[in-house]
Design a binder for this molecule. Structure first.
Ligand code: NAD
Length: 499
């Protein structure tokens, strides 16, 4: 398998790509029960990519019953962990083997640069599956410290049928963070990808089956949130709902769970992460380069985007100039060009949302220091310049609300206490970064920050060993690491009295 090296080669490959748009239930592709489809367009140039099954309540009912039967049969749920591991390792291998195709689907469908899809998303997806698989035959249950004539067994059991509803910004990685631990612990899974990026998840399903995941254990239902998403969230026979997406939808899912069967609900939601740069940061050029990538990588469509740049007042002007210089390398380009670092915005609605926030920043009196405009409209796709607002106050809309685009708000501060107060003055608590050479200041600030991930002297660190998730309205529960297993298992205490 040789990897295309130029935009033309990728475009050629795109022309011959077979795109699967049907739902995947019981180990095979099939149309929605209603026969309905929706059009899936590429944000790169507005081209129609596929007609995708528009699943709804009937498909949810079918997939849940199939998933339940598979679970009850024990074909996967009672398989020895070491055997599940083998199948999942094979699955991870197949993801890597098909890396060109999967990366291309990801780029065509949601607009990210091909090089990032190929070198970031696909290996991270495979890694999430293989790391989790490797762990599953190494975690033990517990025995309670009982009296001599008793045995207290504390065991974990798969929860049953898991529905995973995921967003469009990292379609495969977000899916893998859920389905890897869900499958590894023996559950049956129904994955609902975003209607804006359903294609790679549909391809993934066939690879899972090829790897040996039994029929009915892994199903994919494409469709809209308010139809099939809602049907799964309200379903009386779904035991666990895991979600990554916006805080608004996350709250709605908690209501659905309460209105139905009190299914477990685990939520990874929005963010407005502060990136705090003190005047004594060890390397201001590195800090500026990472502040730029923190807002421009994946077109700023990242839950942990460093969208609030808090800079100590004494270096603010100079630092902002360095960030603006670093952003020159992030001008939007054709996503299939391997040199491109900033691709297309996922769709027209998201582009309009970003432009309306840029408008609001100007209305509220922030200084537009860089960017601010839609570019490349002649392509038929959706592109926006990385944008920097200086002199922002934390109360402004552009500082308070998640934009999910490459729009940076710069806020200055004078003391560490003030930096922490501004950083924590948000409904979100997903991530934060601190740049300083002072170890005491670094630790004291990190401890004071109300966020699930804190990075010191870099932005967006961590791997599969580190749990990922949010404080406050950024969610509950954690993806990645052994902590992820907690979401997909029920804890059972079996108490034995010895006669
Ligand atoms: P979204 O909330 O609009 O949609 C996410 C998923 O929920 C989609 O599959 C959608 O179809 C579905 N959905 C929508 N309404 C629903 C309903 N009523 N019932 C059931 N399902 C429904 O989010 P998005 O626009 O796809 O993604 C962007 C959001 O995701 C941002 O807020 C971002 O911060 C968040 N995100 C969070 C993390 C994290 O780990 N915390 C990671 C990536 C993205």
């Amino acid at each position: 398998m040789s990897t295309p090296e130029t935009r033309e080669q990728w475009q050629e490959m795109a022309l011959t790509l077979t795109i699967q748009g049907q739902a995947f239930i019981q180990g095979r592709y099939q149309p929605a029960v209603s026969g309905k489809t929706f059009d899936c367009f590429s944000p790169i140039d507005g081209r129609l990519l596929a007609q995708v099954a528009s699943c709804d309540q009937d498909d949810a009912d079918l997939a849940v019953s199939v998933a339940r039967q598979a679970f009850e049969s024990g074909v996967w749920s009672r398989m020895a962990p070491a055997k599940r591991k083998q199948v999942l390792l094979k699955f991870a291998e197949l993801v890597l083997e098909h890396r060109n195709e999967l990366a291309l689907l990801e780029t065509l469908d949601m607009g990210k640069p091909i090089n990032h899809a190929l070198r970031g998303d696909i290996p991270a997806t495979a890694r999430a599956i293989s790391w989790t698989a490797e762990a599953i035959d190494k975690v033990y249950d517990e025995l309670a410290p009982t009296a001599h004539n008793q045995i207290g067994m504390i065991t974990r059991e798969p929860i049953g049928v898991v529905a995973a509803i995921v967003p469009w910004n990292f379609p495969l990685i977000m899916a893998a963070w859920k389905l890897a631990p869900a499958l590894a612990t023996g559950n049956s899974v129904i994955l609902k990808p975003s209607e804006k990026s359903p294609l790679s998840a549909l391809r993934l399903a066939a690879l899972a089956t090829e790897a040996g995941i039994p029929e009915g254990v892994f199903n994919v239902l494409p469709g809209y949130g308010h139809t099939v998403g809602k049907a799964l969230a309200l379903h009386m026979d779904v035991d666990c709902l895991v979600f990554t997406g916006s805080t608004g939808v996350a709250k709605q899912l908690m209501v659905y769970a309460g209105q139905s069967n009190m299914k477990r609900v685990w939520l990874e939601a929005g963010g407005k992460s502060p990136n705090i740069v003190f005047a004594d940061a060890p390397d201001l050029d590195k800090a500026a380069a990472e502040a730029a990538s923190a807002i421009a990588y994946n077109q700023g469509e990242v839950c942990t985007a460093g969208s609030r740049l808090l800079v100590e007042a004494s270096i603010k002007d100079e630092f902002v100039s360095r960030v603006i210089a670093a952003l020159k390398r992030w001008q939007p380009g054709h996503p299939l060009d391997p040199q491109t670092r900033c691709g297309a915005i996922v769709d027209h609605d998201q582009l309009q949302r970003i432009l309306s926030y840029i408008d609001s920043g100007q209305q509220e009196g922030a200084t537009l220091a860089q960017g601010g405009k839609q570019v490349l409209p002649e392509t038929g796709g959706f592109y926006v310049e990385p944008t920097v607002f200086d002199n922002v106050h934390n109360e402004m809309k552009i500082a308070a609300e998640e934009i999910f685009g490459p729009v940076l708000s710069v806020i200055s501060f004078n003391t560490p206490e003030e930096a922490v107060r501004i950083a924590n003055d948000t409904i979100f608590g997903l991530a934060a970064a601190v740049w300083t050479s002072d170890i005491n200041k670094a630790h004291k600030t990190a401890k004071a920050l109300r966020a699930g991930s804190v990075w010191i002297n870099h932005y967006d660190g961590g791997d599969m060993t580190a749990p990922f998730g949010g404080f406050k309205q950024s969610g509950n529960g954690r993806d990645k690491s052994l902590h992820a297993f907690d979401k997909y298992t029920e804890l059972k205490a079996t108490w034995i009295e010895l006669a």
